[in-house]
Design a protein around this ligand. Structure first.
Ligand SMILES: [Zn+2]
Ligand SMILES: [Zn+2]
Length: 253
């Protein structure tokens, strides 16, 4: 087992920030290696409560919706103007991420954006070696290209859905995972919801059950919905342990 490995929730809100809740981001720590999964609005504030931005070893962006990438701008400026000297980090993301994000930058910042955020194109099917983690990227089911990473290290498996509707690819991604961090945006009772976008708590629970995951962390819950209710819905469909993600919650792997 990967001793000491953990996930720190830096943003548990989906779609937009809520009071005291930032958007999607997760700090994965193992063997002194720090990987940030997604960089949603406000999450860089929570990150800096845990570590220096220059100590992040890599960033992986699941997709290019604002609630998953908005704080790449904060990351870039924090690295560029770092008091210890300019720093940089590799950013793995779907194709076109750098060009897409650069559109909001002032012209003077565009040339240095790629120096501090060193974008690398990632796609479903890719396998990455990130520090101690072997990362396999699966295709989530969402209106834009979205990556669902499965991270393995020394017998420990962490799976992250990105944003996704139910799909067999997620079951594969989370197969026998020790922890499945899963989009659980909605409550079943508020439906019907649009197809091909997100999951309800019950759908997240069913996916975790099909995957045979040990634990499910419901996250990306809309700020207008109580995460405890979403977790209760997930429990109705999943025999394993269900945790409700909240900002700065630390989950040991
Ligand atoms: Zn989202
Ligand atoms: Zn999205």
């Amino acid at each position: 087992m990967a001793a000491g490995a953990r996930v720190v929730v830096l943003g548990s809100a989906g779609t937009h920030v809520g009071p005291g809740r930032m958007c999607s981001s997760y700090l994965v720590e193992a063997d002194g290696y720090r990987l940030v999964l997604d960089c949603g609005n406000g999450s860089l504030s929570n990150l800096q409560l845990r570590c220096d931005v220059a100590d992040v070893d890599a960033v992986l962006l699941s997709h290019l919706h604002p609630d998953h990438v908005a704080d790449v701008y904060s990351l870039y400026y924090a690295l560029r103007f770092h008091p210890g000297g300019p720093a940089s980090v590799p950013v793995y993301a779907p194709a076109g991420a750098r060009e897409h994000l650069a559109r909001l930058l002032p012209a003077e910042s565009v040339p240095t954006f790629a120096e501090h955020c060193r974008f690398e194109v990632a796609k479903a099917g890719d396998e990455l070696e990130l520090g101690p983690w072997r990362v396999t990227l699966h295709a989530a089911f969402h209106p834009v290209e979205t990556l669902a990473p499965r991270l393995s290290y020394d017998g420990t498996v962490l799976a992250y859905s990105g944003d996704s509707a139910p799909t067999s690819a997620l079951v594969e991604c989370a197969a026998e995972a020790d922890l499945f961090v899963c989009d659980s945006s909605w409550l079943e009772r508020d439906g019907p919801h649009p197809g091909g976008v997100h999951m309800t708590g019950a759908q997240a629970g069913r996916t975790a059950e099909q995957a045979g995951a040990a634990r499910l962390a419901v996250t990306h819950v809309l700020p207008t919905i109580d995460p405890a209710e979403v977790a209760a819905e997930a429990r109705s469909a999943f025999a394993g342990e269900v945790l409700a993600a909240h900002d700065l919650r630390e989950i040991r792997l």
